[in-house]
Design a protein around this ligand. Sequence first.
Ligand code: NAP
Ligand code: HSE
Length: 433
Amino acid sequence: MVQEPIRVGLMGLGTVGSGVVRLVKNHREDLFHRSGRRISIEKILVRDKEKERSVQVDPALLTDRPEEILQDQRIDLVVEVMGGIEPAYSCIRQALEGGKHVVTANKDLMALHGTELLTIAREKGCDLFYEASVAGGIPILRALTEGLSSDRITAIMGIVNGTTNYILTEMTRKGTPFADSLAQAQDLGYAEADPTADVEGLDAARKMVILANLGFHTHLSLEEVSVRGITDVTTEDIRFAGQLGYVLKLMGIAKRDEGRVEVSVQPALLSEEHPLATVDGVFNAVYVHGEAVGETMFYGPGAGEMPTATAVVSDLVTVVKNMGLGVNGRGIVAPYCEKRWKSSREIFAKHFLRLRLADEAGVMAGLTGIFAEEAVSLEKVLQVPVSRGDEAEIVLITHTASQHQLEAVLHRLDEMPAVRRLMSHYRVEGGEG
Ligand code: NAP
Ligand code: HSE
């Protein structure tokens, strides 16, 4: 018996939506063999029906009315690639409540409303997949939910924003200042027209919330994540980091020890030995440490039309397979671990500090005395020449210390008259403790 095709309502025909149309067309036979059903895109929601499109579609498929998809009983599955919170949230909710499966690439939405939408999907026996929302073409969500499902994940560290990784790579390789590197990223089409969410770390934070919730089986909210972007990173910071054997990256860091979690996004120094240190340009990578498996790393393109479309269409294939097995919605695991954040006494890392000091006798002794009194040991110290004759610049890396100890040191440095300025401060990952 020839089965009916799976009928898809596509919401959005921009970068990702066009890739989805192309992939469904170009891989038609493979997709049929792998899923057992033909895929038919029945309707496409856009804002402007008259706009010229980069992909050829039958104009009769285009609509600017979401209800033409949401109220069409023949449509089995909605692919949401519009972006933003509204109307995407209402459309996905309505689709699930109407018994339609959903595939989305929307990290903004899944970071904010993921748990709620997944609960609705489970109750309705619908699938809700969102592989493309984190790290574009890298199948990292599937790796966490399937490949590593037998393990207990202890750390997820990611370079999950291509724009900032491109900017920092340009600053590192060519010494191009931040503003010029950002302009290049925009010219090359990597950064958004408004790149604020990229450079302020919010885009990475959304992705880290999704990763941490899946990896740690809990329900963390975006506003609880500590976020710092790269706007105040300088080429001098990167140069000094290099002299000490480190590279500077915008890092998403999620760790779990004895049931307590920390999640942050920040520019951080990464030992040149760390597997993530060589991830350059617009590429993304996610490093996952599991108790049993040890270190793993997933690398690839974090954005772009076709890489992102592969993730969307793979989700679509999984929905079709689940339909064949009658198991839609059953793979969604509700968060079962209590949310317990680490206190500042439980977050440990090494730290990099650049300080301008008065160039006077006894100042170094006073400075190292503060670190000693707070029980923070120093791993590396560099003194570098500065143009002002009455000042000295000290660049140092501590051994592992708690966040609480570091805050105590910073507070005391702030009160020390000979410390003229804290030039920069970054967390350090990798290398010896
Ligand atoms: P995009 O190029 O801006 O395309 C958005 C599409 O949605 C456009 O076709 C637009 O219609 C349509 N749309 C937007 N708001 C609408 C509304 N209110 N009503 C009807 N149609 C509406 O966006 P994109 O880059 O493809 O991104 C889509 C999603 O994928 C986002 O959630 C994004 O975060 C995610 N994502 C993107 C990438 C990437 O590389 N681009 C990577 C990973 C994840 P018009 O064409 O008529 O304006
Ligand atoms: N602006 C994002 C980035 C796009 O630069 O990684 C992919 O989510």
